[in-house]
Design a protein around this ligand. Structure first.
Ligand code: HEC
Ligand code: HEC
Ligand code: HEC
Ligand code: HEC
Length: 216
């Protein structure tokens, strides 16, 4: 960073200290243009990736049938325990299932393009198949649940008020009904948004991500 940027950053910190409003939730904050290169999802330096960035997840040809986004990574067939203790395999939107194809730790990272790999995700990044210690997603995080409970409106923002950076995703329930749910993609972008840590969709300053949905 050039020296002048440090000075501006320092002024910014001073201004935000002097003005508490600056630290509050800013619903207008939008994700910036991404940059996967150099992020935790830039696998090109890892031995198992064959030097590729996109290929563990996407392929231009011979992508997996029945999945969107030219998907190339072998999907997991695990059964999960959700946050509330219930469980299922089909309880998530397809984006979340794509994330779990590496992050549940049951399918090797290098199982893509039809090959069967042998390198697994490091423990720190492995959510496992027991998601009871993770934020609710999918079937148990319908937004809003149907029928909508009486306490909902005072506890959660109206979907139209959720920042565009925190998208709800569509999940088809057992009865074939489309429902909007919280997904991994509601909070994360697999292609890093420059400057936001943990591949997050927006900065979580003063818990802005949490306050994007929860009225607290
Ligand atoms: C770790 C897995 C992963 C890697 C690596 C990855 N992607 Fe993706 N990508 C995804 C997932 C998951 C989605 C689905 C996101 C959604 O539906 O909103 C996606 C969606 C996309 C889309 C469509 C939606 C959008 O965001 O524009 C494009 C285009 C895309 N990826 C291109 C790329 C390219 C090019 C690379 C390599 C430079 C790459 N991706 C690397 C996981 C990955
Ligand atoms: C091809 C396998 C693969 C897929 C698919 C994948 N990831 Fe990852 N992800 C990884 C690996 C491997 C790491 C850890 C890299 C390392 O060890 O440095 C990681 C790291 C992360 C991190 C930590 C980033 C940080 O800076 O701390 C987050 C968050 C993450 N992934 C979220 C997601 C989400 C959300 C999805 C789905 C949209 C997804 N991942 C899909 C393999 C994958
Ligand atoms: C409600 C928002 C939200 C949802 C939904 C969510 N995450 Fe996260 N995730 C976060 C936040 C915030 C962090 C950063 C936590 C921190 O700063 O300690 C994080 C961190 C992570 C990390 C990094 C852990 C580390 O030690 O660096 C991984 C990996 C990850 N998430 C994967 C996922 C996957 C996969 C899903 C879907 C199954 C998911 N997340 C769903 C908000 C969310
Ligand atoms: C995209 C919307 C969304 C975002 C963003 C979000 N949540 Fe949630 N949260 C939900 C929904 C939906 C539920 C499940 C409500 C229900 O019980 O039906 C939930 C449930 C919870 C619960 C209750 C879990 C339990 O055991 O009952 C906690 C605590 C929580 N969220 C904390 C957080 C935190 C902390 C963040 C920020 C890292 C966050 N949420 C971000 C939508 C969101």
């Amino acid at each position: 960073m050039p020296k002048s940027s440090h000075v501006f950053a320092a002024i910014g910190v001073l201004l935000s200290l002097g003005n508490p409003a600056r630290a509050q939730f800013n619903p207008m904050e939008q994700p910036r243009v991404g940059g996967i290169v150099g992020s935790k999802h830039d696998f090109s330096s890892m031995a198992w990736s064959g030097g590729e960035i996109c290929k563990p997840c996407h392929t231009p040809h011979f992508a997996m049938a029945n999945l969107p986004r030219l998907w190339n990574h072998t999907m997991s067939s695990a059964t999960y325990t959700l946050h509330d203790g219930s469980g299922g395999q089909e309880d998530f939107d397809v984006g979340t299932r794509m994330c779990l194809s590496c992050h549940d730790g049951t399918v090797a990272l290098d199982s893509f393009g039809g090959q069967v790999g042998s390198s697994f995700i490091p423990a720190r990044f492995r959510l496992g198949t027991d998601l009871s210690d993770d934020h609710p997603i999918g079937a148990e995080a319908q937004y809003p649940p149907s029928p909508q409970p009486s306490w909902w409106a005072g506890a959660f923002r109206d979907p139209s008020q959720i920042p565009a950076a925190l998208p709800l995703k569509e999940w088809i329930d057992g009865g074939g009904q489309p429902r909007m749910v919280v997904s991994c993609l509601s909070c994360h972008n697999p292609h890093r948004q420059s400057g936001y840590p943990h591949l997050l969709n927006m900065r979580n300053v003063a818990s802005a991500i949490c306050l994007g949905c929860h009225i607290k």
